[in-house]
Each structure stands twice: as structure tokens, then as C-alpha cells.
Design a binder for this molecule. Sequence first.
Ligand SMILES: O=C(O)[C@H]1NCC[C@@H]1O
Length: 394
Amino acid sequence: MDIVQKFENGSLGEPIKCIDMHTTGEPTRIIYSGFPRLQGTLLEQRDQAMTQYDHIRKRLMLEPRGHYDMYGAILTQETELVQQGQAHIGTLFTHNGGFSTMCGHATIALGRFLVDTHDLKVFPKRKELEFNPTTCEVAVNIHAPCGLVRVTVPTTANGQESDPSRPVSFLSTPAFAAGIDLKIPIPKEVRWPELGDRESITLDISYGGAYYALVDARELGFSGLQKIDLAAISNAASKLKAYLMTHPLVSSALQNPEDRRLSFLYSVMVVDRDVGSRPEGVNGTETGLCFFADDEIDRSPTGSCVTARMALAHAKKLRPVGQKWAYNSIISNHFDTGAFVASIVDDNVRVGGSKEAVIVRVEGKAYYTGTSNFILEEGDLASATGFTLKECVQ
Ligand SMILES: O=C(O)[C@H]1NCC[C@@H]1O
């Protein structure tokens, strides 16, 4: 039988079905069918995916179906917040090293996809989405591992399709600064060449659904992010992240008051202030280069870190409620594709009963790039679990 027909009639086995999008160049592979059904609360589903189905994550994210810097969102229809009527759908986020707890760029992509799919097998609550005919926007509530993320998607006049010409926005889960101006001594064995004689660096830790270490490029010994030696800065970020994960000052900043499964350092974000595009109406701009998971580099301005940076700036009394700030990435600067624009909408929020937090609105644009139906042929060892070229040469 013809190979195309075999794919189309399913005789090669049930495929895992995906739609691919990108947000400022950062991919989101939306896995909407074929991933094993997960049980329990969303964080339990994340545990189950990590312990039982990590080989499937690798198959979908890594080579030969993906690549080192691939990112994915696995839709899950049943979660506790969906059951309680607060969320329309749940998602897990996934990358080269495992499963994340929040992702802004993928949330922006998911917002469009969830408006544009009318297939109730994929998204049973599609009919329950609220359409605002005055603003031509649809509200989608997504249950992410860090909590409820409220997304607003601009649409056509009838609310049936997303409108890619306007940005999608989301309201973050409560975000907070977790460690301000931490002075971290850098021992000899951790140093990178650009650090020079400096014996310590100062950085901040902030939470935006995941924990970020935020450090100025100059603090690492680089001249900023306008001209980048990517190999050198990646080396510095990788060494720093590994070291921070063992440092007591950092560990004590990573105690999430809601769930210990949120208490880990996700990323080192290198920032350069006053650099990058400055859309109309914003008060300032920054560029960031985000190293997350297993030295993966975000092409987008990193929505969850934008949230964390706004919370940090608010804690430092630099960012009042309502003030708009632009956040750029290397790609948004290169193609002038538009920053993520953020503002704090509420600073009267508590986490875990006492910790002061803020809610941040983040907006950005995502586009479709394609679809894929993945199968695994019998005897195909190399692609069964996926691989990275890097791990094969070590
Ligand atoms: O936009 C974000 O929040 C994400 N992008 C990749 C790394 C982060 O999860």
C-alpha cells in the first residue's frame, strides 16, 4: 500500500498529533492527541509524565523529530481546576530536559490554538469560551502546573477565529521576588574566563510560575547583549546555573509556599537594561537571554520570566502598577518582531497566606508553522527515545 495512504488510514499505528507554532521564534509543539492519558491533579499528572512517559517527551522534543531547543505543550482535558469550572483545559509544558511549570510564550500560542480549534474531541470546553463582541476577544482559562492562567485572545468579529494581527495577552499566576541583591561568591572551579578577577557576583531570584536567577550581562563580565559571543555567554550561564543549584542562599530563596514541586531553579536569565525595541506607550525596555532547562536557549522574551522581572522591579520599587515595560529577546531585536509588553495589574495579592505578590499582564504574538503526525516504526532504536547530538559525543 502507498505510504501516504498508510499514514492517512492509521495502519502505521496511532500517531501522536501535533500543531507547531512559534512566538517570537520560540517553538511550541502543541501535542493534542495520542499522548497517554494522565491521572490525578495537574501536578500529579506532571509527576506521572516525568516518571512513566519521559521517553515519549524525548521522542517528541529531541532529534530526529525535534531539536535541542524544542519546546512543547501537552494538552490535558481533565484537571482539578477544569472539574471545578475555573479552567477550560489543562496543559503540561515540556522541553529538552523535562517538564516545566509555566511558560508564557507557549501560553500565547495556546491561546490562539484553543480559539481556532472547534473540534470538541480536542477541546471539549471550546463551546464554553466567552466572546466579548465589543472588543472582539475570547477569554480562555488555562490550568498550568503553576496555577490558573487567564488568557485573552483577539478574534475576528464573530469570535470564531483568532486575529493574528493583535497580540494575545495573559494574566500570570501570583509572582514575587524571592531573593534580592544576593551576593554569590564564585569559587575558582566555577569561574569562566570573562569573569576576570571578580570573586563574587550579585543577582536576584524571582518567581513568575517558575524560578529565575536574574543577572546583568556586565555582572558576568560581558559588555551587554547587543553583540554576543553566544558560546562564551552560554558557557558562563551553564556554569553559573549548575553552581547556583547547590548554593544555600539560592536554595533558601527557592522555597515555594504553595507546592514543593514548584521549588526549583528553572533558568538563568541574562539581562541588558535599556536595550531593545521600545513600542509606543511603554516606559522602558530591556533585552534578555534566557538559559533554561538543560542549557536550552529561549528565542522569545520568556513570558514567565517577564512576569518574574516585573515582580522583581515592583519589589525594588521601580515598577508601579499600570506602568508598561517592553521585554525583548535576541530574535525580537534581530527581526524587529515586537517585544513582549507587560504591566502589573494587581499588587494586592498574597501567596501561601503571607508572601506579597503581584499579577502581571503579558502580551505577545504567536503564529502557526505546521502540523506533524509522529509514529514509531518497529526496530527504530535511534528515534524511539530521541537523542541530542551533544549527548552522543560526550
Ligand atoms: O515564555 C516562557 O515563559 C518560556 N519560554 C521558554 C522558557 C519559558 O518556559
